[in-house]
Design a protein around this ligand. Structure first.
Ligand code: NAI
Length: 413
């Protein structure tokens, strides 16, 4: 849903710069939510110097993974309201410096969930039927009909480690294939369908014919599957990793495959991945039988790109039009319903003691009638959204903006 538009200045003055061929679904959203926004596009990433030149009049910046938004860029971005990372990661953006400048950063971490889940299901069938090997053989002119060691997946047990967005979708699809599905997660999760939780990792490893990893990269998940865990898996089982490369010890995995303890593996992510297409890929898993290796393409589909365009553009328009920061990676999150007939003040301030006291004093001195107020803070900044009656809203906004703790203040009429 596109947020109802309010304005802090004429719509035609909002300037959007979209780099790196962001999907056209973003423009549709900007068109619907911010008719009149001036959208400029560039197909390539911009280098720091070029971006500094272009950023000065930009209110909304959209990038993908290649444009670096450095503190130097942010220094020049006097008008910038928000940044959209039309991708999953936000390492290319100086998110802390952006927060200090009062600029939230939005991304779309779950737009490719289904793409990953579908790939995993396809790989389970591929592994069960040794399809990678058969395809390679036939392409090489060898006609080797094999049924030994090849299985249906119906009735087999799939163990999901990390039952989050992707893990849950994998479970739904696997049940549709007639698999029995177990999961292990450190958080309590609502099981969908007939999927069942197991109390610990060892229980999952010992009970599964296929084990698939869908955990984030954290200190606890680094190396979570090593030689001991692989040994705890059923003989003839399969391991799938489309989460993060550091979660699995690939040397130990290669050893378990070579020893014949595991019957196959599908790996999409690696501890070290080449920077680009011209770089060599090295891995102890290369050349092993019934091992599917893919170049981190779990989430790479046109549908995911389209979802990313739509989701990030939605977050950006909602922030510009209502101040909502839900899903921002570097900002306290607030999404407050609009009260018709009020003006809304959005104030970003340094999170030091006494700010709310100062703001409340302004409100009380000016006799403003506050209809709704929400404050959220993190270690460095505070974000205050305040709906108030029309009469003195401009005076309140100006007085709040003049406080020494002010980072940015906007008013939406
Ligand atoms: P999510 O945050 O929705 O789910 C992760 C789940 O793992 C959560 O339920 C969490 O409680 C659980 N978890 C965290 N630490 C755990 C631990 N030590 N043991 C057991 N469970 C644990 O994340 P989502 O979207 O499902 O993504 C999962 C992974 O997939 C991430 O690592 C992400 O980077 C990766 N990914 C890979 C893609 C690819 O192209 N191959 C594309 C998209 C995501």
């Amino acid at each position: 849903m596109v947020a109802p538009a309010r304005t802090s200045f004429p719509k035609s003055e909002i300037s959007v710069l979209l780099l790196e061929n962001i999907h056209a679904s973003a423009d549709e959203l900007f068109g619907a939510a911010g008719e009149g926004w001036k959208i400029e596009r560039a197909s390539a990433a911009l280098r720091e110097g070029e971006l500094i030149e272009r950023i000065r009049d930009v209110h909304v910046l959209g990038i993908r993974s290649k444009t670096r938004v450095t503190p130097a860029v942010l220094n020049e971005a006097r008008r910038l309201l928000a940044i959209g990372a039309f991708c999953i990661g936000t390492n290319q953006i100086a998110c802390g410096a952006a927060a200090h400048a009062g600029v939230p950063v939005f991304n779309a971490p779950y737009s490719n969930t289904r793409s990953v889940a579908e790939l995993v299901l396809a790989e389970i069938v591929f592994l069960a039927r040794q399809l990678g090997d058969r395809i390679r053989e036939v392409h090489g002119g060898r006609w080797r009909k094999v049924s030994a060691g090849c299985h249906e997946v119906r009735g087999k047990t799939l163990g999901i480690i990390g039952y989050g967005h992707i893990g849950t979708q994998v479970g739904v699809l696997a049940e549709a294939f007639g698999m029995r599905v177990l999961y292990f997660d450190i958080a309590t999760k609502l099981a969908v369908g007939n999927v069942r939780p197991v109390p610990d990792l060892r229980a999952l490893l010992a009970s599964s014919d296929f084990v698939t990893l869908h955990v984030p990269e954290t200190p606890q998940t680094q190396g979570m599957i090593g030689a001991a865990e692989l040994a705890a898996m059923r003989p003839g089982a399969h391991l799938l990793n489309a989460s993060r490369g550091t979660v699995v010890d690939v040397e130990a995995l290669a050893a378990a495959l070579r020893a014949g303890h595991l019957a196959g593996a599908a790996v999409d992510v690696f501890p070290e991945e080449p920077e680009g297409a011209s770089d060599d890929f090295q891995s102890p898993l290369r050349g092993l039988g019934n091992v599917i290796l893919t170049p981190h393409i779990g989430g790479s589909t046109e549908e995911a790109q389209e979802n990313i365009g739509r989701e990030v553009a939605t977050s950006l328009t909602k922030f510009v039009n209502t101040g909502a920061t839900t899903g921002a990676v570097n900002f306290p999150e607030i999404e407050m319903p609009s009260i018709p007939g009020t003006h809304r003040i959005l104030n970003i301030h340094k999170n030091v003691p006494g700010v709310l006291r100062d703001i409340n004093r302004i409100v009380s001195d000016l006799g403003a009638n506050i209809r709704a107020q929400h404050l959220a803070t993190d270690a460095d900044i505070g974000y205050l959204v305040m709906d108030l009656d029309h009469d003195v809203s401009d005076d309140v906004k100006n007085a709040v903006a003049a406080l020494p703790t002010n980072v940015r203040t906007r008013i939406l009429y």
